[in-house]
Ligand binder design. Sequence first.
Ligand code: CA
Length: 403
Amino acid sequence: MRAWTPSAVVCSALLLSPWVASATLAPTPRDLSACLAELQAPARQAGVSAATWRTHTTGLMSEPRAVAALNTQPEFSTPIWDYLAVLVDEERVAQGQAMLATHADVLRRVHARFGVDPATVVAVWGVESNYGQGFGRFPIVQALATLSCEGRRQAFFRGELFAALRIVQAGHFPAEQFVGSWAGAFGHTQFMPTTFERLAVDFDSDGRADLMGNTADALASTANFLQRAGWQDSQVWGFEVQVPKGAVPASGEGRRVKREASHWRSLGLRRVDGSDLPANLPMAGLMRPSGPQGPAFLVMRNFDAVFSYNAAESYGLAIAHLADRLRGGQPFATAWPTDDPGLSRAERRSLQTLLLMRGHDIGEVDGALGEKSRAAIKAEQARLGWAVDGRAGQRLLQTLRQL
Ligand code: CA
């Protein structure tokens, strides 16, 4: 029996994400002192000493980009085919396979202790920080203080702020190095402060759970999170299925609506290679992220465990699919319902190079379509007589290649 209910690590990373970069046109910082004065007593009750509070909150100004990012989370605002094209591209698959080899010994021991397989752990790592290449650069206390005083979900972020201050107070990380995502998530696999306090593991037994500086600690902590969220080593997360046209109503089914295998068999569902559903299929829900027209998946409890890491189905699918690809699995068999599929990071860099050649100031060619790239995309869309929305897919890339 579990006393602990998994709560989302929420809005974790996507640090190298083009979407956060697009939230840079934000208002100027505001003085947080009036709001923070009201939080001092609850902070004391939560174990933050007066000295810690004074040292780390005096004179704190807000970080407007944190609030802007909260309102534009890509998991909820980006078409799923764009989201997955970036998070599960060939580069991330190749780098992940290299990481599986490099860290094989640690991953084998993590699997033995927590019962979560190497590909799943590495997939979380790849999506959260691009295998340690981007942790985020926001001072965590400042970002969380801002979100405790402005925007939605202030009560949630106050709990995280107090935890962040307890972490600094306990000396886990020097305050000046305690940086992470706009939402306060940090390290290789982007734990929120309360998640760190509950679940961080000192896997190499050096006396410190160092999720920023030590890969073994970070990978073990991730596996610990998934195990506590109900991961079953004997099961898969789910798999893509064929659904006979019209066999399942467009609404009423989903990840949470778990049904017996016999139910799905009676409706004619099969695996995408045409084979029967597995004989021992556990209770499973039918998830169709883009409705009846796109890929469909039967998902089990392991998908829910990944979902609890960052409560968005698109996020869960990115992790689950990347893990399958790391094991040698194929891209989805069914196309997304769009005539303009999304771009990988390599294709985004190609697009940026083409925009540069056409005289647009897009800044650095980095594969992240930020403010300047979007302005250039809009200019090209207008010139082509297309709808001007700033989104770039295969159609724009192919068109510019032919000019
Ligand atoms: Ca350690």
